[in-house]
Design a protein around this ligand. Structure first.
Ligand code: TYD
Ligand code: MG
Length: 472
């Protein structure tokens, strides 16, 4: 085949890291993932525009271009503040870093049925009603590739939304969508979902790696050129990753993940990447029969505890993004019938639990070699920060001894391998949150106690695990 034949150009792309290779192999040479390489069809040369969001490989081929690009001095570029408008849904604005940024692309991932479409429909209605978004024709264009306009209208009715000037488009061809968007010039474009879109330039099925990459690239280009805010809904695979290549996450400005347990009404929206704000910021919603309701005081819902003190339960002051939050950590220690007792953590890191038990043995003198240990964070919250260490250990200990801790006790702190209790970020903030919710005492790292103390809260500062065990 001569090099000028461009009809069926294809490449092999890793689903996991987006690396491109000339031939298929069972394992990605870049990231080491197994069975992640897929053949993708590249669009014919003439229609790709390298450098404008095209494939990395295609852009590299253009590196030897003769014309030179202009160089700017960083100091001479006037930093332009991004234009940001609050949507009107405060919890969504919080995860976005304070509102919708003009020209930014936001990817919203999550399990099927968790509430992505519901949230975006509610947000669209709020944006449409917000005069700050007023555009020449329409402020929002909602593109639905999965549901019919009737279904969307039914849902809007159920949510009690005022349909107002909300524009719906049932279309999956990206060229058509972009043509309509160019004509309507909405401030906000919602795509539900990216997996249903296809470009005419490729023959592969919608949802395939190449289609997702190419349609997303075109939408990103459109967002930057026209200063439209684009929301993309993305499906999540069984393993919890966004379907389609990880490269989708690299292409967009902000990635939000919907979390929540199927049995619980709480829905958490977490920012895992944000070019315009803090990551790990959390928006909390509750799914009701009239759609998603904001929860502005999450501590209150995650802390609906028994009035009676129960062994194995400890209240942890954790932080999600910029907000301190009280959650209940539970542990159950039970005689194990197994040769290898189980260590199971839900909402916490499993390996960290094993490590903490080792520290408890070495530095606290309490071994649990013949006990199963289960630890859980109530309410389906996932705590990834190390500030949970001390709470987990105290919950384990409380269950092991079958002695309840006081109900008005809050705990946080990192446990080091030498048995020391290390301070964690924003200690005073956490203490104030505990006091606000009526807690009277707190076992915390010594370095986290502010000079004057915290009003209404008795702090028990500790330096070592021994001290913490003695304190309870
Ligand atoms: P949906 O937004 O369609 O999920 P996704 O787009 O992420 O797949 O959410 C649908 C689920 O939410 C469905 O299981 C029913 C539930 N739901 C309610 O409980 N109350 C409501 O008012 C709505 C609209 C949906
Ligand atoms: Mg949906």
């Amino acid at each position: 085949m001569s090099p000028t034949t461009t009809k069926n150009r294809s490449a092999y792309v890793c689903n996991n890291c987006g690396a491109q290779s000339p031939k298929w192999s069972g394992r990605c040479a870049d990231c080491g993932a197994w069975n992640s390489i897929e053949q993708v069809t590249l669009p014919p040369k003439a229609t790709t525009r390298p450098g404008a969001g095209g494939y990395a490989g295609a852009a590299a081929g253009q590196a030897a271009r003769a014309d030179l690009s202009a160089i700017h001095r960083l100091a001479e570029i006037a930093p332009e503040q991004e234009v940001r408008r609050p949507s009107g849904i405060a919890e969504l604005d919080r995860v976005l870093g304070g509102g919708l940024v003009q020209g930014s692309v936001v990817l919203i991932g999550g399990d099927p049925g968790i509430g992505k479409s519901t949230l975006l429909l509610q947000a669209s209605a709020a944006i449409d009603a917000n005069p700050a978004f007023a555009a020449s024709k329409s402020s929002v264009l909602y593109v639905t590739g999965e549901e019919s306009p009737q279904q969307v209208s039914l849902r809007a009715q159920r949510l009690g939304l005022a349909p107002g000037g909300l524009n719906l488009l049932a279309e999956t061809c990206i060229e058509q969508i972009l043509a309509t968007a160019a004509a309507e010039a909405p401030r906000v474009l919602v795509i539900d979902s990216i997996q249903t879109l296809f470009t005419e330039a490729l023959t592969s099925a919608p949802g395939s790696v190449s289609q997702v990459r190419e349609t997303a690239a075109q939408l990103v280009r459109h967002a930057k050129l026209t200063e439209t805010t684009v929301f993309l809904v993305g499906h999540v695979t069984k393993e919890g990753a966004l379907a389609g290549p990880r490269v989708l996450e690299h292409m967009v400005d902000t990635v939000l993940y919907f979390e929540g347990e199927s049995g619980s009404a709480h829905r958490l929206v977490r920012a895992v990447k944000n070019r315009f704000g803090a990551v790990n910021e959390l928006g909390v919603f509750a799914m009701t029969d009239r759609g998603l309701r904001q929860v502005s005081n999450p501590s209150a819902i995650f802390l609906s505890r028994h009035a009676e003190p129960a062994p194995g339960s400890v209240v942890l002051v954790t932080r999600e993004g910029t907000r301190p939050m009280l959650v209940e950590v539970q542990a159950l220690v039970d005689q194990s019938p197994l040769a290898n007792p189980r260590r199971l953590a839900v909402g916490l890191e499993q390996n960290r639990l094993a490590m903490l038990l080792a520290v408890l043995h070495r530095h606290g003198g309490i071994g649990m070699f013949d006990q199963d240990v289960f630890a859980n964070v109530v309410g389906g919250v996932r705590v990834t920060e190390t500030a949970a260490d001390l709470a987990v250990l105290l919950a384990v200990l409380s269950s092991f001894r079958d002695r309840a801790l006081p109900v008005d006790l809050a705990v946080f702190g990192e446990v080091g391998l030498a048995g020391e209790i290390r301070p964690v970020p924003n200690g005073p903030d956490r203490l104030r949150e505990a006091a606000k919710h009526g807690f009277k005492q707190a076992i915390v790292p010594k370095g986290n106690v502010p000079k004057g103390g915290v009003e209404g809260l008795k702090t028990l500062p500790v330096l070592t695990l021994r001290e913490a065990i003695d304190a309870v």
